[in-house]
Design a protein around this ligand. Structure first.
Ligand SMILES: Nc1ncnc2c1ncn2[C@@H]1O[C@H](COP(=O)(O)OP(=O)(O)O)[C@@H](O)[C@H]1O
Ligand SMILES: Nc1ccn([C@@H]2O[C@H](COP(=O)(O)O)[C@@H](O)[C@H]2O)c(=O)n1
Length: 275
């Protein structure tokens, strides 16, 4: 396969397929990852169109949870199953799927049903070859082989009190949970696993987005950058954030501030890493 052009792949049979720009979006539970992805898609004019026509698509890491045994399901209903540990995910399937997407292959992935704690094959999502694929989830930067596939890595950084305050009503209203199970699961697994597995992956991000979807300046910057990358003839795909140069240095960051560039204690709008 010929990979000489920034946006397409030439197959041995002469066909040319789209070579997507793959963006990882990590962050703690209820940090606003899905909402940020939705905003990016909306700003890129992608929401009001048929799936098959979309240039930008979003996939959730939750579609790669392992199937639970009956005993694990019984635990999950009581908030006693650890969905926040890396072992809860099918790493190989995640990797193979992203590899296929990067080769311009159409793939199908299941939805996820939080009420039954199982993959939802009735509501499969077909991922047609796209220009940009956003892959969002709590541990998308955890697995090194998967991390290395991303052309750009975003980390949605929302404080833990806000995340818990959002998670409780969401899990009760949208995920069919009761308060006891939500709090048990949060204190037993979600919070410790965030500290151990998710938070340490922030250092791999190219762009950190404080306050998530509220941070319109950061989202506008990202949308602008993606727009530049997608511009026909652009060389931007091979510069800056790049899947082949994932050696982000945690100390090498530039703060981009919405209102001031001088105040050292002002929360930055976004932190963009330099490679
Ligand atoms: N900036 C925000 N302000 C208020 N509520 C928000 C904001 N961002 C997300 N939410 C809400 O918080 C919950 C979790 O957001 P979501 O984007 O699904 O987070 P994640 O994908 O990280 O789990 C949802 O109910 C969503 O509507
Ligand atoms: N059956 C499941 C599967 C996952 N979770 C929780 O979802 C969180 C990840 O999704 P976000 O949208 O919040 O990023 C994760 O913290 C799991 O605890 C669940 O409760 N049940």
């Amino acid at each position: 396969m010929d990979m000489d052009h920034a946006h397409t792949l030439s197959l041995p049979n002469g066909d040319v397929v789209k070579k997507p720009f793959l963006i990882g979006v990590a962050g703690g539970t209820a940090s606003g990852k899905s909402t940020v992805c939705k905003k990016i898609m909306t700003e890129l004019g992608q929401t009001d169109m048929d799936h098959t026509q979309r240039q930008v698509v979003t996939i959730s890491q939750d579609s790669f949870y392992r199937e639970l045994t009956a005993a694990e399901k019984a635990k999950a209903f009581q908030g006693l199953y650890n969905f926040d540990h890396p072992d809860a995910f099918d790493e190989q399937l995640m990797y193979d799927t992203l590899e296929a997407i990067l080769k311009g292959v159409k793939v199908e992935i299941p939805g996820y049903d939080y009420k039954t704690n199982s993959l939802d094959y009735e509501n499969k999502l077909t991922i047609y070859p796209a220009d940009v694929v956003l892959f969002e989830g709590i541990l998308v930067f955890y697995f090194p082989k998967i991390r290395d596939l991303f052309h750009m890595k975003l980390f949605v950084d929302t404080d833990s009190d806000t995340r818990l305050a959002r998670r409780v009503p969401r899990d009760i209203n949208e995920r069919g949970r009761d308060l006891d199970a939500v709090l048990t699961q949060y204190m037993t697994f979600v919070k410790p696993a965030f500290e151990e597995f998710c938070s340490p992956t922030k250092k791999f991000a190219d762009v950190i987005i404080p306050r998530g979807a509220d941070n319109t300046v950061a989202i506008d910057l990202i949308v602008h950058h993606i727009g530049e990358i997608l511009r026909p003839g652009s060389s931007a795909i091979n510069s800056g954030a790049n899947a082949s140069s994932n050696t982000a240095n945690a100390h090498n960051t530039t703060n981009v501030n919405s209102t001031t560039t001088s105040s050292s204690n002002h929360t930055p709008s976004a932190m963009i890493r330099e490679h």
